[in-house]
Design a protein around this ligand. Structure first.
Ligand code: ZN
Length: 84
């Protein structure tokens, strides 16, 4: 089963593990991503969510970080969601 974690922790994880890799070429973009994520989960910091659901919301729904479907699927493997 996927483990659910407070969205504020998943946001920090996402920023540290995905955004900082994906957007590392552009420090302004990274700041922008971070600010958008803060805004998206505002008021829901304690909401329990899986990593995968969070990435879906951030990348597919809100288009923050703009990762490709390929990377999305690959990162599902790389970040061990199946093991959680
Ligand atoms: Zn980003």
């Amino acid at each position: 089963m996927f483990r659910k974690i407070k969205s504020i922790h998943v946001r920090n994880w996402f920023y540290g593990n995905i955004c900082t890799k994906k957007c590392s070429h552009d420090i302004k973009k990274q700041k922008c991503c971070y600010d958008q994520m803060v805004e998206i989960i505002k008021g829901h910091e304690d909401y329990l969510i899986t990593h995968k659901a969070f990435i879906w919301i951030i990348c597919h729904k809100h288009k923050v970080c703009d990762i490709s479907d390929e990377l999305f699927n690959r990162s599902a493997h790389d970040f061990g969601w199946r093991k959680l």
